[in-house]
Structures are given as structure tokens and as C-alpha cells.
Design a protein around this ligand. Structure first.
Ligand code: NAD
Length: 974
């Protein structure tokens, strides 16, 4: 039988009748006043919590004063500003300010942390027991990036478990209704440094293996071991760990808990499936903690960044309803599970108790869980009704536990938080107890330009999607009994002679995956003639028709995405995610340029006084040669080709020698999209022959080149010479290399900076023009940063990217390998190798990823583009020094800064000599439309790819100025 609304309300009122206030809302003194100000002003609140987040890294009173000013500044309440001003004026004022800030932040933190160190855990949990609560203990800490850190976490949580077991007698409560007194909650992501959905199998093995001794100890002692649920990215892997432990023959008696989040759209289906899989028993050993979910903001932001529907409900009421539906399902399954309902929401708790009552369920069949320091009066009311309450009790040092504190502060003070509504704003009980009524909600924000949506990444975090990708790779490999032939394509005419360019799999050099045409320069004349003949056909299409062709080409790529990704994996050794991003970026270019082209169709109005009509219009420049590199084998050639075609220029695409097979998808896509045959000529060939002949051809008007500085300069020089029969002065768009730096400031969040630097430096073995090849770190944190960077680098999987979890594949070919190894052999004597991978696979063109310190500023590692997994680390005395070092390059492509000082970020970004500047994020991975890409200095000339001005480069402008006055009469006047 289901509970009635009137019973839910009655129980709710009974629970609400217990007087008292909740944690942070009951703070007194300064901390209390600051909290009150935070509730009133959302901007102050956001700034305050950001200050709390950075606080542990601030070393001196000066630092604290500066950050206080930068974060709170004019937003602080008047009394606070007066205090700050006073502190600045009096001697020792800053010292006092620092002490005061520290004390108050610590006081806030103490509200949520049961013990500041594991030695005090028993004391803290005993205090809870004295009030009638059991606990499940969670250990706080920084993000785990290295195996050592994960081992440390495991050792500490094992120690906590042992302490609790030894004190079991003190912690055991009287009364039959409670489960075991000892329970610990572990974060699966802290149990392996390799955590990522793509490393699913590796991570599951790793976590299960590490957890086994603790699980056995928990089994022997009859404790409950909960696996916490974190971000959605970890969802399937955490459930897989749960099942492995559950089915582990050596753990048949383990009391094991898993956490399910009601805010996930798939939650109810998963809960049904899970319950159906569990065996019935009179003594269930499985615990399910039902929560609403603590990562809502991140899940929504991450999904919207990818233009996909968030995996969570957008309306809070929908989550509440999903929670309430789960309550019934779980209470009906107490022959299989021990339900633990975690909530601080009055209505949700009342629903649990009313539903249990309607089922006449013994109070020992379920429990309520609440977070330490939140909604204490409710916990006490539930307890007084005779129901079991377990407190989720975090243990850990206050300052490193700051991210936990910030999450709790946000949760407590968010507008939709029950705790805030009840204890901060004293909302009416009727409203708080009303049933949830979800409304259809959409959060897809408007895009710029309207109608443009970035192509979502393939959702590899889902096992089914990974399975389909693995199948596509296997199928393609099976078909590769012979290398694929990649002929030149001039309309219907296919040309491939005996001379062939081999395209080899960089991970298995013996495997020739494709044989591309290697024509001599005679074919260039034919190719240009073929393309030029199609100019009228292209021009006969209007802007809209050409834009539509681009959009259909994007759809074609989308349909064949898994297969194209597989092609890139086998031909360029691109890791899964990188290859998928490359295809996604190609689609983005097509969709973005289609929209920008439609805009150009309208851009024809100029100032026109009476009697005169002035129009600006665009005309295609003529044949365009597209000469791309191999490192983004689809996206870069596609971007340049799409831009040339949508602006009605017949185009010749000469792919890079290393990746013609992948580039041939471009022709397939345009043919499928209905481009007039021959308007795009596909012309594989060598740079020094076919590439050069194209550049010099008198009928080629535009050269869209992306590649190395040396080749770019040569092309610019050759293109500047006028040749017989040439009617256009050639325009060269040249996007060249980079020597990019990331600054890591003293107050950077290393949990963010270290993975960010490693992704930027070693992703795809550093073979990106945007890759970080220099990192400049503030001397105050230099040692700690380097030690952690090196330890984290050791966890990056190196190998054949057919395995989904590989991050560092081989470099593109033997030539590149030898060149990079040569640079490493010739390091100047002062430079020091801080780390180099000791092992790389024997087969394939691997270069061991290497981190170098003390490289002189004149050395190649500091100055030249290496285009491999080589990172130089330099130490800066302060931010000005760091900026000076970062700008010490002729290249000016990308630059990054990790800092939590708004002032330092402003200073570094204004001074940066780079086309694309990234703050607190990796410096690679530009998205068309969002991060138009390209540099200056020696990094190239031209407007940014994927930006609003890019198409203009493929056009000439014409102005038509017409005098409308005839015989003293003008049709536009009067
Ligand atoms: P590369 O310069 O060797 O070759 C690029 C293209 O130029 C290839 O298609 C090649 O066949 C052709 N080519 C070579 N010699 C030629 C000649 N004499 N005349 C005409 N064409 C010629 O570069 P790569 O090794 O393929 O690519 C890596 C380089 O590209 C790096 O320097 C990287 O930084 C740069 N890159 C820049 C960007 C950017 O957006 N700025 C993006 C990706 C790559």
C-alpha cells in the first residue's frame, strides 16, 4: 500500500517540530555574518566560495590580503570592507587579517568534518554514537593522480577501519534497529590513478585488486563497505566494481553498499535492473544508498559543453519525484537489499517514513543517512521517531578538504536547497511538503551564431558505445588483407600508377594500411584544369545551396563516424578520443562555415546617399590549393576545403603523405553531399613535387596551407613570384607551428594543473601545433609540482591506440622518431632529464615521453618546435618572470595559465604573446566557433580558422557604385 499525502504531511510536520538550526546557518560571530551576506548576494557567495577554494595555497598575509581584495573587493558588505581597510593601515594589520580569515574558514570547515585526522576518528564517531547515530566514514583528500597517492588513500582508510573496529564496543548502539556500527565509504576514483571511462577494464581490475584486502577485513569484521558514486563519467565503472566485488568468491559474506543517484535520468531503469539481478535472502548483505546526487552543476555544464542532453534531470522536482518513486521500489525489496535513504529534505524523509509505515516495515529494515553538519534537527527528529540514522562523516585535514567544504557550502546555500529554504529562509511547511510537480525544462543555451551547435563527442563513457567503436576497428582491420588504394580523383577520372606512397600504421610499422598515388607534376596541370572547368558549376549554385552541401557532408561524416575514427587509429595512430574529436571538429567546420556563408550572402549593403546605390559583394578568387598536415588528418584539410568550396572556389586537396587514406573521406563526404563532380580534386602526392607544383601553378590563386614554419616560409616565398599566364597575385593562408608555454602560478589548483599540463604536453604524443612544450612554474611550488607531475606522467598509458585507454601513441613515422630522439641525445650538458618513460613498446615509432628541467634558453628544447612528447620545465621567481619566460619565443600560437588569482590571470592574459590563451584548462582542443584558432609571429598569417572572418580570405571584394539619377530624377527619392 502506498502512503497518502496526508500521512506524509503529518510525518513531515512531526519531523519539523524539532527546534534547532543547521550547521553553517547557526554560525555565530564573523563567520555567521559572512554566511548571511553570502545568502543575500549570489555574486558575493560565488566569490567567497572561490576564495575558500584557493585559501589553502596562500602562503603569506600579503597573499591573503591580495586575494581577499581581488575576490571580494567592492562586493563585500560595508562592515567587511571597513575591516579590510583598517587592517591594511595598522601595523601587523595584514597578519591579523590573515589570522581572522583563516580562523573563520576553519570554523566553517569544522561544521562539516567529523575529525581533522584519522587518529581522532573514533572520538568523532563516538560523539555521534552518544547522540544515537551510527556513521559511515569518508576520507577527504586531494584528487588522486598517482599510484602512490592512491596507495596512501587506501592505507589511511584501512587504518580508519581498523581504529573503528577496535572501538566497536563504544560505537555499538543499543536497540535492535541498527546495522553494523562500523561502516566506511570509499571513493572508487581514489583507488586508481588511471581512472577514465576509456580505461574501464583496466580500472575495474585495478580497483578490485586494491580494494580486496580492505574488503576482506570488512567482511571479517562484519563492517559495511560503501562504494560512493561520483561523476557520471565514473558511473558504469563503479557499478562494474560493485558487481565484481559482489560476485567475488572470497567475499561472499561482505556487506557491500552502492550508491544510486536519483537525479540521473536513467536511474529508475538502473534501479529496476539492479534489483532484478539481486538474489533474495532473509539477511540481505547488499546496501543501496539512495541519494539525489551532488554533482549537478558539473554534469549540466559538461553536457552543455558537448551540446548533449545532460544525463541528469534539469528540474529539481523531477529529481525529487524520481527519488520518491525509488523509495517504494527499495522498501519493497528489503528481502534483497538494505535500503539507506540519504536526504536532508523534509518531504523526502517524510515520504520514506510514511511509505515504510504503509508497508508496516520494521524500522531495522532500512535506515536514513545524513551528512555530518547538515540539517541536524531533522536527523534528531528521525532518530526520536525510532528510526535508524547513519551520519556520513568526513574525516580529514581541514585545508586539503576544502573542495569538500566548497561543495557542501554550495549545496547548503543553493536556491533550490531544502536546507537553505528550511533553515536559512524559514519557508512555509505547506510548500516544503507539497508533492513535486516537474515542469518540462530545457537548458540548451542560445548559441553564437544562432543555429550553430558544436558536434558532441562520441559518448565513450557508455560501454555499448565503446563496444561499437571496437567493432568498427576490428571490421576495418579484417578488411585490410591488402592495403587500401588511394588514387588521385579528377572528377570521374581515377589515377594511380605504379609509383605509390605507402601509408604505414605507426604502431605496427610492418603494416601498410594504404597505398596512395604518387603522381609526377604533369598531373598537377590536369588537376588544375579539371578544377577550373568546374568554376561555373560552382558559381551557378547560390550561397544557400553551397551551405547545404556542407551540412550534408557533415551528416555523412556523422553517419560514418566510427569507421573514420578507426581509419585514423590505424593510419595516424590517433587515440580514440583524439580521433573522435578530429572527426567532430571536421563536422564543426562544415556546420560553422555553412552558417557563416549564409551571412556573407546577405552582406551587401553599404552607405548609399539619395541618388546612389552602393553594394559590396564577394567573388571567389579562383582555384584554391589546400595543403594540410597529417596531425589532424580529417579536421584541418576539411576546414580549409569546406571554406574554399562554400565560397565557390574550385579546390584541389593535396593530403599529407602520411595520411591520404583518412583525407580521402573528405572527397567521399562531398560527393555524397552532391558537390558538382570535379569541383574538388583529390590529389595525393609529395610535398616537394606535387605540393610545390601546385603552389607555383599560375592558375592557383589561393593556397591554404597548414604545416611547419620551414615549409610555410618556402611557400610564401614561391607564391610571391609572378609566373607566365598568372592573373591573380597569390594569397597564402599559412598556419604554422608553435612553442607553447603554460604558466603555473603559486596559487594554482594542482589537481587541475597537473592533468591539464599532461594532456596538453603528451596527448597524441605531443604532436599538435597547440601542444605545451614548456611549462613555467612559480618557484614556491616548483618542487611539489615537479614531483607530482613526474609521478602522474608515469600513469599515462603508452602503446597502440587500438586499445581505448592509450594516451601516448607512437609518433607518426620513423623519420619523426629519429629526429626527436636526436634532439634528446643532443641535450645541452646543463639540461637535466627529470623523467623519461623507461619502457615503450618495441614495435612502432615510439619516443619515450620526457620531462626536462634546466634547459638553457638558447637550446633547441626551449626554442624549437619538437613535435613530440617532450616537455621542458622552467622555474620562475614570480609572475612577471614567468610571463617573460613564456613570451620568450618567436612563435605565438597558444599559451596557458593556471592560477586562482583574478589579478594574476588578468596580468598574464594581457601580456601573453599568443593567438589563443587558455586559463585553468588544457591549451589544446580548440572548437570551431568557440575558440577560433590561429597564431601570429612565426606561427602564421591569416584569420583564425573556425572564426567569423575566416571565409573572407577565400574571396575578393567588389564594390558596385551606381548613380541612380537620370534626367534629374532618381527612383529612390520622393
Ligand atoms: P609539413 O610542413 O612537413 O607538411 C605540411 C604539408 O605541406 C604536407 O601536405 C606536405 O606534403 C606539404 N609540403 C611539404 N613540402 C612542401 C613544399 N615544398 N611545397 C608545398 N607543400 C609542401 O608539416 P607536417 O609535418 O605535415 O605537420 C606538422 C606541422 O604542422 C607542425 O609544424 C605543426 O605545428 C603544424 N601545424 C600547425 C597548425 C596550425 O593550425 N597552426 C595545425 C596543425 C599542424
Amino acid at each position: 500500500m502506498a502512503a497518502t499525502q496526508s500521512r506524509i504531511e503529518a510525518i513531515g510536520r512531526e519531523l519539523a517540530s524539532v527546534e534547532g538550526t543547521s550547521g553553517v546557518f547557526g554560525l555565530e560571530g564573523l563567520a555567521g555574518r559572512v554566511m548571511a551576506a553570502a545568502l543575500e548576494d549570489p555574486v558575493f557567495r560565488a566569490n567567497l566560495f572561490q576564495l575558500v577554494d584557493v585559501f589553502p595555497t596562500l602562503a603569506s598575509p600579503d597573499d591573503v590580503a591580495r586575494h581577499l581584495r581581488e575576490y571580494l573587493g567592492s562586493r563585500s558588505p560595508a562592515w567587511m570592507r571597513a575591516g579590510e581597510r583598517l587592517a591594511e593601515r595598522v601595523a601587523a594589520g595584514r597578519w591579523l587579517l590573515e589570522r581572522l580569515t583563516r580562523e573563520n574558514i576553519l570554523e566553517m570547515a569544522r561544521q562539516f568534518i567529523v575529525a581533522e585526522n584519522p587518529r581522532k576518528v573514533v572520538e568523532g564517531v563516538a560523539r555521534l554514537a552518544a547522540h544515537g547515530y551510527t556513521a559511515t566514514v569518508d576520507l577527504l583528500g586531494e584528487r588522486v593522480l598517482t599510484q602512490l597517492e592512491s596507495q596512501r588513500y587506501l592505507t589511511a582508510i584501512t587504518d580508519i577501519h581498523e581504529r573503528l573496529v577496535r572501538a566497536r564496543d563504544v560505537l555499538t548502539l543499543r536497540g535492535p534497529l541498527l546495522g553494523p556500527p562500523v561502516s566506511i565509504s570509499v571513493k572508487p576514483s581514489a583507488l586508481s590513478a588511471r581512472w577514465s571511462a576509456l580505461a574501464h577494464d583496466v580500472v575495474v581490475d585495478d580497483v578490485v585488486q586494491r580494494l580486496e584486502p580492505l574488503a576482506k577485513a570488512a567482511q571479517a569484521e562484519g563492517s559495511v563497505l560503501f562504494l560512493d558514486m561520483e561523476h557520471y563519467d565514473t558511473y558504469e565503472t563503479t557499478l562494474a566494481v560493485f558487481w565484481r566485488l559482489l560476485e567475488h568468491p572470497g567475499l561472499a559474506e561482505l556487506q557491500l553498499g552502492v550508491v544510486l543517484q536519483a537525479y540521473l535520468r536513467r536511474h529508475l531503469d538502473e534501479l529496476d535492473a539492479l534489483l532484478a539481478r539481486l538474489p533474495r535472502s532473509h539477511r540481505p548483505r547488499i546496501w543501496i544508498r539512495l541519494v539525489k546526487g551532488a554533482y549537478w552543476d558539473t554534469e549540466v555544464a559538461q553536457a552543455l559543453t558537448e551540446s548533449v542532453e545532460p544525463p541528469v534531470f534539469l528540474d529539481k522536482a523531477a529529481t525529487d519525484r524520481s527519488y520518491e518513486r525509488s523509495v517504494g521500489l527499495l522498501l519493497d525489496a528489503t528481502d534483497r537489499v538494505h535500503p539507506a535513504f540519504a536526504s536532508h529534505n523534509l518531504r523526502s524523509l517524510a515520504v520514506v517514513l510514511a511509505e515504510a509505515e504503509a508497508r508496516e516495515l520494521d524500522p531495522e529494515r532500512f535506515e536514513i543517512q545524513m551528512l555530518y553538519g547538515m540539517a541536524e534537527p531533522l536527523a534528531s527528529a528521525v532518530r526520536r521517531r525510532g528510526n535508524a540514522v547513519r551520519i556520513y562523516a568526513p574525516v580529514g585535514e581541514l585545508l586539503p578538504g576544502m573542495s569538500y567544504l566548497v561543495r557542501r557550502l554550495l549545496e547548503n546555500t543553493s536556491n533550490s536547497s531544502f536546507v537553505r529554504q528550511r533553515f536559512g529562509e524559514h519557508e512555509r511547511l505547506d510548500d516544503l511538503l507539497a508533492p513535486p510537480h516537474p515542469r518540462p525544462t530545457s537548458v540548451m543555451p542560445p548559441t553564437i551564431p544562432p543555429g550553430y551547435r558544436h558536434t558532441p563527442q562520441t559518448q565513450y563513457r557508455l560501454q555499448e558505445v565503446r563496444r561499437r567503436q571496437a567493432e568498427a576497428i576490428a571490421t576495418l582491420e579484417c578488411e585490410l588483407t591488402h592495403p587500401v588504394e588511394v588514387p588521385a580523383r579528377l572528377g570521374a577520372h581515377r589515377v594511380i600508377d605504379d609509383a605509390r606512397i605507402e601509408s604505414r600504421n605507426p604502431a605496427r610499422r610492418a603494416q601498410v594500411v594504404a597505398l596512395a598515388a604518387d603522381p609526377d607534376t604533369d598531373l598537377v596541370d590536369e588537376a588544375v584544369a579539371c578544377a577550373a572547368k568546374q568554376a561555373p558549376a560552382l558559381l551557378s549554385l547560390d550561397w544557400e545551396q553551397r551551405a547545404a552541401i556542407l551540412e550534408r557532408a557533415a551528416e555523412y561524416l556523422q553517419r560514418h563516424r566510427a569507421r573514420i575514427v578507426a581509419t585514423e587509429i590505424l593510419e595516424a595512430a590517433k587515440p580514440w578520443v583524439e580521433a573522435d574529436n578530429d572527426v567532430g571538429e571536421a563536422e564543426d567546420f562544415l556546420r560553422y562555415y555553412a552558417i557563416m556563408a549564409r551571412r556573407l550572402a546577405r552582406a551587401d549593403r553599404l552607405d548609399s546617399p539619395p541618388g546612389e546605390r552602393n553594394r559590396l559583394r564577394y567573388r571567389p578568387r579562383g582555384v584554391c590549393a589546400v595543403v594540410p598536415p597529417w596531425n589532424f588528418p580529417l579536421a584541418i584539410p576539411m576546414g580549409m576545403t569546406a571554406a574554399a568550396l562554400v565560397t565557390a572556389n574550385p579546390t584541389i586537396l593535396k593530403p599529407a603523405e602520411q595520411t591520404p587514406w583518412t583525407a580521402s573521406w573528405i572527397l567521399e563526404a562531398f560527393e555524397a553531399a552532391g558537390l558538382p563532380s570535379g569541383a574538388l580534386v583529390f590529389l595525393p602526392g609529395r610535398g616537394e613535387t606535387v605540393g610545390r607544383a601546385l603552389v607555383e601553378h599560375p592558375e592557383v590563386a589561393t593556397i591554404a596551407f597548414t604545416g611547419s614554419k620551414a615549409v610555410g616560409l618556402e611557400i610564401v616565398a614561391r607564391a610571391s613570384q609572378l609566373r607566365t599566364g598568372q592573373r591573380e597575385l597569390k594569397r597564402v593562408i599559412a598556419e604554422l607551428g608553435g612553442k607553447n608555454a603554460i604558466i603555473v602560478d603559486a596559487d594554482a589548483d594542482l589537481d587541475q594543473a597537473i592533468p591539464g599540463v599532461l594532456t596538453s604536453a603528451f596527448g597524441f604524443a605531443g604532436q599538435k601545433c597547440s601542444a605545451a612544450s614548456r611549462v613555467i612554474v612559480h618557484e614556491r611550488i616548483a618542487d611539489a609540482f615537479l614531483a607530482r607531475l613526474v609521478a602522474a606522467a608515469q600513469e599515462l598509458p603508452i602503446g597502440d591506440p587500438r586499445s581505448p585507454h592509450v594516451v601516448i601513441p607512437p609518433v607518426i613515422d620513423d623519420e619523426a622518431q629519429q629526429r626527436i630522439l636526436g634532439v634528446l641525445e643532443d641535450l645541452p650538458s646543463k639540461a637535466r632529464i627529470a623523467w623519461q618513460a623507461s619502457e615503450v613498446p618495441a614495435e612502432g615509432s615510439y619516443v619515450p615521453p620526457t620531462i626536462i628541467t634546466d634547459a638553457p634558453r638558447s637550446s633547441a628544447v626551449w626554442r624549437e618546435e619538437i613535435f613530440g612528447p617532450v616537455l621542458a620545465v622552467a622555474v620562475a621567481a614570480d609572475l612577471d618572470h614567468a610571463i617573460e619566460l613564456a613570451n620568450d619565443s618567436d612563435y605565438a600560437l597558444t599559451q596557458g595559465i593556471y592560477s586562482r588569482s583574478p589579478g594574476s590571470i588578468e596580468r598574464a592574459t594581457s601580456a601573453a604573446r599568443a593567438g589563443n590563451i587558455y586559463v585553468n584548462r588544457p591549451i589544446t582542443g580548440a572548437i570551431p566557433g568557440r575558440h577560433p584558432f590561429g597564431g601570429f609571429g612565426h606561427s602564421g598569417v591569416g584569420f583564425k580558422a573556425g572564426g567569423p572572418s575566416y571565409l573572407l580570405q577565400f574571396l575578393d571584394q567588389q564594390v558596385v557604385s551606381e548613380n541612380l539619377i537620370r534626367q534629374g530624377f532618381s527612383p529612390d527619392i520622393g
